[in-house]
Write a protein that binds this ligand. Sequence first.
Ligand code: ZN
Length: 82
Amino acid sequence: MTIYWERCDLCGQYRPVKKCSLIPEISIDVHCCVACPYWMNKCTVPAWRIETRSPQTPPRRSLSSEDKEKLLKELTSLLRSS
Ligand SMILES: [Zn+2]
């Protein structure tokens, strides 16, 4: 899917736009797409749906207590050596 940095046909602002899935003649930005009244019922596949509804955030890596201890030791040794 390509994102174009063009003028939104609804609000007129220059933003990344996508082709509206309901009216292909218009380009729509993420804000207007989300605020669109057809978003919930009429428009089943909104252009910005994937980006707005399920952001792909990688799961945070948590350190184990041993790793933390090891890291702390490394850091303190670095402080001492400097
Ligand atoms: Zn807009």
